[in-house]
Unconditional design. Structure first.
Length: 148
């Protein structure tokens, strides 16, 4: 089996962004589980997460990530466009979480609601990143059989 590999630095940047996002998600999750941070700190962490996620999505959309996938493997266009549409859904979930963080409410209920909302977002985001990684693998890994 032979693999066709995209430009290394471009995909390395994407992997680095995924790592950064993973660390931010972990920090946010830990903060919500521990329930020791101030509401202001939670809002700051969510704002940071929102900004990094937004920048990541812009890089993928405007940087040609999906265009390159489709150009290399047109058969994956539908799958790529479906993953791309998830960006808007994930961004909306982050906005709802931010609104929830800014809301007034009893401390226990506030933490619980945020923790539940974040767990749902985090799962969807991880699933999304897995789909993107799978799309990359499917695009650039191909069995060329006898040509190998």
């Amino acid at each position: 089996m032979s693999m066709k590999t995209p430009q290394k630095t471009e995909w390395d940047d994407l992997a680095a962004q995924h790592d950064t996002l993973g660390h931010l998600l972990e920090a946010m999750g830990n903060t919500l589980v521990e329930r020791k941070a101030s509401r202001v700190r939670v809002e700051e962490l969510l704002a940071e997460l929102r900004e990094v996620v937004r920048a990541h999505f812009v890089d993928e959309e405007d940087g040609g990530f999906f265009d390159k996938i489709i150009a290399e493997a047109p058969r994956l266009e539908r799958q790529a466009k479906g993953i791309l549409q998830e960006h808007q859904q994930l961004t909306k979930r982050l906005e709802r979480m931010s609104e929830l963080a800014r809301s007034d409410g009893k401390a226990g209920e506030w933490w619980s609601n945020l923790e539940t909302e974040f767990a749902g977002f985090s799962k969807r985001f991880h699933d999304h990143e897995e789909k993107e990684n799978g799309l990359l693998q499917e695009t650039y890994s191909r069995d060329i059989g006898a040509e190998d």
